[in-house]
Design a protein around this ligand. Structure first.
Ligand SMILES: O=P(O)(O)OC[C@H]1O[C@H](OP(=O)(O)OP(=O)(O)O)[C@H](O)[C@@H]1O
Ligand SMILES: O=c1cc[nH]c(=O)[nH]1
Length: 166
């Protein structure tokens, strides 16, 4: 059976969910690369006072061996002071939780936030670490052989594809 996920409908759910996480001084931080696309659009749609940031997991990953070193374009860019800030991390897919663990380490290299929450488009289960999103637009279970990938077209519209990895 093929899985159809309407990424644009899920984005609308995510927008509503993130709206519920907004507190004074909050800032969005998108996880490179899918989460960064989402954070960019959320920033526009929510009109938050502080520009969103982008964060890379590359410097703190525990799985270089199986993933490689990553691209040179995925540098962290946080155009605000992290100290004392409520942060909402944004990502497209949450699976093992290892990316978010690495991203939290990266965040703390820049300061000590007041709080860190996580909002995702899809939580596909399979956690290997105790990481829990404050909001997920969808929760589903996929076979370990399948990979969910978010794409963005030239008009900025989102689309999910499911690929067999073996
Ligand atoms: O919970 P995990 O098992 O760590 O997996 C989730 C991460 O995997 C994907 O990122 P990836 O590093 O593949 O990069 P991408 O966003 O550029 O696809 C996805 O965007 C999440 O960040
Ligand atoms: O299905 C998955 C699992 C991890 N990361 C993704 O981007 N997709």
């Amino acid at each position: 059976m093929s899985l159809h996920l309407d990424a644009e409908a899920l984005y609308t759910e995510l927008l509503a969910g993130v709206r519920g996480l907004i507190v004074p001084d909050v800032v969005l931080v998108g996880v490179w690369s899918g989460g960064a696309w989402l954070a960019e659009r959320l920033q526009r749609d929510l009109g938050l006072a502080t520009p969103h940031g982008v964060i890379s997991s590359t410097m703190h990953r525990d799985d270089f061996g199986s993933r490689g070193l990553g691209s040179t374009t995925d540098a962290t860019n946080l155009p605000f002071s992290v100290d004392g800030r409520p942060i909402v991390l944004i990502d497209d897919v949450l699976y093992t939780g290892r990316t978010i663990r690495a991203v939290i380490n990266e965040l703390f290299d820049f300061g000590r936030p007041a709080s860190v929450q996580l909002a995702v488009l899809v939580d596909r289960g399979g956690r290997q670490l105790p990481i829990q999103p404050a909001f997920a637009a969808a929760r589903l279970t996929l076979p370990a052989t399948q990979q969910l990938a978010l794409d963005r077209d030239d008009a900025g519209r989102f689309r999910f594809t499911v690929q067999e990895t073996r």
